[in-house]
Design a protein around this ligand. Structure first.
Ligand SMILES: Cc1cc2nc3c(=O)[nH]c(=O)nc-3n(C[C@H](O)[C@H](O)[C@H](O)COP(=O)(O)OP(=O)(O)OC[C@H]3O[C@@H](n4cnc5c(N)ncnc54)[C@H](O)[C@@H]3O)c2cc1C
Length: 243
């Protein structure tokens, strides 16, 4: 049994994005992912902001996972079989029998909802595929349980799911009692130069620190893009089964 602030179930773009935000705010976060993000099936991702000529979708997922891990959030490969809620705390169990205890759960599993069966009060919407009933910020009918990305009924686009993951995480932080303003890195003096405290969640960095971080980000990016990413598109499961 491990104590956590947040367990994110599902490590596609929605879950990884949500986890990066909660982990960056020092919420002990773990992503548990079964390893079959739908974006792995994309042939070449050409509408995700920041990639002028597109990107191998598997590379994007690898970079997003790395970003979550660098923010302090481990990504565990496992199938979550059940989530139970008792007295405002969640018990999350995997097929391998591992159990995690957490204050919050972010469900980001696209159309997979079976593991939520034991949670009383969570609404499931069946439109041929299943979605979790939630408000636009991902709040479900159960305190502490959020839904992110496609599972929350968002349009079937990667950037929308990633953005919604971030929105859900910020909503969770705002719903918590922890102080939070924005997740911003600002230049030195941006707040303090105007006699303002640096707000919680924000950081001011000086020029030297900016150069240091830029050098690291360039080095990390170079390592990713120096060669073609070894993994190509994954076929539809029905075609994989026929192989
Ligand atoms: C062929 C194809 C091409 C596409 N091309 C584009 C495109 O060009 N541009 C675009 O914007 N969008 C595209 N999309 C859509 C885009 O991939 C999705 O809308 C988006 O990635 C959804 O992200 P998500 O995080 O909500 O879900 P997912 O990425 O599916 O993440 C869900 C994760 O949850 C995991 N999971 C499920 N159940 C469990 C469980 N019980 N325990 C643990 N983990 C679990 C899954 O393994 C998966 O990793 C494409 C989709 C397909 C099928």
């Amino acid at each position: 049994m491990t104590d956590h602030d947040v367990i994110v179930v599902g490590g596609g773009v929605a879950g990884l994005s949500a986890a990066t935000f909660t982990a960056r705010h020092d919420f002990e976060t773990t992503v548990i992912d079964a390893g079959d993000a739908i974006l792995r099936r994309n042939a070449h991702l050409e509408n995700f902001p920041g990639f002028p000529a597109g990107v191998n979708a598997r590379l994007l997922l690898a970079m997003m996972r790395d970003q979550a891990e660098r923010s302090g959030c481990p990504v565990v490969e496992a199938d979550v079989t059940s989530v139970e809620e008792t007295d405002g705390e969640f018990a999350v169990e995997t097929a391998g029998g591992d159990r995690y205890r957490s204050r919050y759960v972010v469900a980001a599993t696209k159309n997979e909802v079976d593991y939520l069966d034991p949670v009383e009060g969570v609404g499931i919407v069946d439109r041929g595929k299943t979605f979790v009933d939630c408000d636009e910020h991902g709040r479900t009918g159960v305190d502490g349980l959020y839904a992110a990305g496609r599972l929350a009924g968002k349009p079937h686009q990667a950037v929308v799911s990633a953005g919604h993951g971030a929105e859900v995480a910020v909503t969770l932080l705002e719903d918590d009692d922890a102080p939070f303003y924005h997740d911003w890195v600002a230049p030195e003096g941006y707040f303090t130069g105007r006699d303002r405290e640096v707000p919680p969640g924000c950081e001011e960095i000086d020029d030297e620190e900016f150069r240091r971080r830029e050098a690291t980000s360039l080095e990390v990016l170079r390592a990713y893009v120096s060669d073609p990413y070894p993994e190509g598109p994954r076929r539809h499961p029905s075609l994989r089964d026929a192989e």
